[in-house]
Design a protein around this ligand. Structure first.
Ligand code: NAP
Ligand code: G4F
Length: 327
């Protein structure tokens, strides 16, 4: 009999890649979707004839219990979250409801319905925030710098606590930034790849960004969902950092992305203070030695390959759009 997996956040970047991977591994996949007035299935359209969708919401514990009872998953991947850091200052309470208490609702639903279900929690390198150690490992202390980061620290520790209190097979993946052509347009890598494509095609002239000096450890989302799956295939539950071990500034990102399209970024990029954050995470770089050794995981796409893939994809997507007539 094939294994059954349930994914919260299946309509997001990671959910779509994870669903593809699990289908390829022979799983029956159920995705949790929340009710929206307008469906948001564009990232999983190509999978709709092979997956099941079940309505539920992280804000409603009863809906999660029902979803688990009716679909009987062997593995549950909790990817749903309010994932955009700046929005967490605008909506700190809702961020906590989704990303902190939402995790508790998922864990408790698993505990009540079937404590044998293996669970993956999507933790984040944003928990390291004002970093206490370079590079960051599973043992580096947390110092979050946004309501998002704070909410993810809660989600991380409640996962550890349910593992230790109730013996759940619950893993927390501390994933560093991972990107792809399916990344939301508000995140910096996609904002840049989309901006480069628009400028290359003559649709826009300028790209407005915030802090160019921030450094991130950027990898490819397709590689990172494999690490999530590998965590749940181990004999015991544990927590893992997943990262490339390479850090680049936003300035590097811009230079590589514009260069890939044969453009000089200095002619097009301007800093707009509206995109600066009340508190910044300056420099993230992860040490994924544990994931490499225990899971046999390694990234397959490097920084230049990732940026090139995203720029090419946005140029192709936007190629049909005509530039505006000069006024
Ligand atoms: P994403 O593209 O923003 O997707 C978030 C998903 O969560 C969407 O499917 C969204 O559904 C769903 N969602 C939000 N609130 C919900 C609710 N109340 N009930 C049910 N579903 C809800 O995020 P991502 O980049 O794929 O990231 C996946 C997870 O990994 C998130 O938890 C994120 O915080 C974490 N993470 C991401 C990264 C990264 O670099 N990508 C790094 C570390 C950790 P809608 O489509 O309905 O909005
Ligand atoms: O792309 P970002 O918005 O991602 P951020 O804040 O690092 O968060 C992402 O990665 C986390 C893992 O570490 C996830 F947990 C989280 O869910 C999300 O996926 O910003 C990256 C950096 C920041 O330092 C930001 O200040 O880019 C800088 N930046 C500079 N200009 C900008 C911009 N970020 C955005 N979004 N937009 C800009 O114009």
């Amino acid at each position: 009999m094939s294994k059954r997996a349930m994914i919260t956040g299946i309509t997001g970047q990671d959910g779509s890649y994870l669903a593809e991977l699990l289908l390829g591994e022979g799983y029956e996949v159920t995705g949790i979707i929340r009710r929206l007035s307008h469906p948001n299935l564009n990232r999983i359209e190509h999978l709709l004839d092979r997956i099941r969708l079940h309505p539920a919401d992280l804000l409603d514990g009863l809906s999660l219990i029902r979803a688990i009872e009716e679909n009987e998953p062997d593995e549950l991947y909790n990817l749903a979250a309010m994932s955009f850091v700046p929005a967490s200052w605008d909506q700190p309470l809702l961020t906590g409801e989704f990303n902190a208490q939402g995790v508790t609702r998922v864990l408790d639903a698993v505990r009540r319905v079937n404590p044998k279900i293996k669970l993956y929690q999507a933790s984040s390198s944003e928990m390291f925030g004002k970093v206490r150690e370079v590079p960051q490992t599973e043992l580096t202390p947390f110092y979050p710098r946004s309501p998002y980061g704070v909410s993810k620290v809660f989600g991380h520790y409640i996962t550890v606590n349910y593992r230790e209190s109730y013996g759940l097979f619950a893993c927390s993946g501390i994933l560093f930034n991972h990107e792809s052509p399916r990344r939301g347009l508000e995140f910096v890598t996609r904002k840049v790849s989309d901006g480069v494509a628009r400028i290359k095609l003559g649709i826009e002239q300028k790209l407005y960004l915030g802090n160019l000096e921030a450094h991130r450890d950027w990898g490819f989302a397709g590689d990172y969902v494999r690490a999530m799956w590998l965590m749940l295939q181990q004999p015991t539950a544990d927590d893992y950092v997943v990262a490339t071990g390479e850090s680049h500034s936003v300035r590097d990102l811009v230079e590589v992305a514009f260069g890939h399209a044969g453009l000089d970024w200095k002619a097009h990029v301007e800093v707009d203070p509206r995109f600066l954050r009340p508190a910044e995470v300056d420099h993230l770089i992860g040490n994924a030695a544990k994931a490499r050794q225990s899971l046999g995981w390694a990234p397959s796409v490097d920084f230049a390959g990732l940026v090139g893939m995203m720029v090419d994809s946005d140029i192709e997507r936007l190629s049909g759009i005509k530039p505006p007539k000069p006024r």
